[in-house]
Design a protein around this ligand. Structure first.
Ligand code: ADP
Ligand code: MG
Length: 256
């Protein structure tokens, strides 16, 4: 479970600096929230952590090791996007198990010579079924495993997406505004469920939102961003009690 260190991490797009260098050390197992208005650079920062976009300058470290050039697959992460695409023709069970089934279908398993060197142990069918049951239980989906996504509510579908992402048991969970397509009631319910998931799995989470309430209720640490510049990094209490500037005070809604 990684400690995440930002060391002057900067991102430019075509000469435009969208994340300006800053320093922060996030201990492991935290629920880090990236909070800020639309367009401030939250998704870009999350994608740099995931390795989906490269870092223009500075260093990003997991447990002290520089990961700037590490491929996403090697980072031991799960990424939950805002718009979660489930496979409509597959059951909830098949949707959740899909990443493990795909791992078993990697081409090199089917070439005996290469397999002799590089074969990774195939996961037995029973083991996959066990993992699916475990993930389903964690997200209270056990009763829905044989349904198709269209027979589920929005919140249940989002839980399937989270279950699918955690089936590989990553060290780091990255979530980009995963609740923004849900109605207010479901959103409140899912906040509590994601916080409970964090408590259960005891792993590091990085969660992107533009919603102050979400940040303050779910985060154990918050990075407040505006226009690519980190305005403040601290615990919800530190940020609420001592906002670093008027932007933070206004955005959080505490007295300046
Ligand atoms: P947020 O997630 O906070 O809404 P983003 O990280 O998506 O913000 O975007 C931050 C800034 O970077 C925006 O000005 C956006 O237009 C710009 N940006 C994001 N992705 C790209 C890209 N691939 N090419 C050029 N500019 C981009
Ligand atoms: Mg975004």
């Amino acid at each position: 479970m990684p400690t995440i260190e930002f060391d002057q991490v900067t991102k430019n797009f075509a000469g435009n600096t969208v994340i300006k260098g800053f320093d922060a050390t996030v201990p492991d197992k935290e629920f880090l929230v990236l909070l800020g208005p639309s367009g401030c650079g939250k998704s870009t920062m999350l994608r740099m952590i995931a390795g989906l976009t490269d870092i223009s300058s500075g260093e990003l470290r997991f447990d002290g090791a520089v990961v700037n050039d590490m491929e996403p697959k090697k980072r031991n992460i799960a990424f939950v996007f805002q718009s979660y695409a489930l496979y409509p023709h597959m059951s909830v069970r098949a949707n959740i198990g899909f990443p493990l089934v795909m791992d078993n279908f990697k081409w090199w398993h089917h070439i005996p010579l290469v397999g002799g060197f590089a074969r990774r142990a195939l996961m037995k069918r029973g083991d996959i079924a066990g993992k699916i049951d475990q993930a389903a239980e964690m997200l209270e989906l056990t009763d829905y495993l044989d349904r198709r996504p269209k027979a589920l509510s929005g919140g249940q579908r989002q839980r399937v997406a989270v279950a699918r992402s955690l089936i590989r048991e990553p060290a780091l969970y990255l979530l980009d505004e995963p609740l923004s397509n849900l109605d207010a009631k479901l959103r409140t319910q899912m906040r509590a469920e994601i916080s409970a998931l964090h408590d259960r799995v005891q792993k590091s989470f990085v969660y992107v939102t533009h919603d102050q309430v979400e940040a303050m209720t779910m985060g154990t640490r918050i990075i407040v961003l505006n226009d690519g510049v980190v305005q403040q990094y601290g615990t919800p209490k530190e940020i609420y009690d001592r906002p670093a500037n008027t932007f933070v005070a206004r955005f959080i809604g505490s007295p300046p």
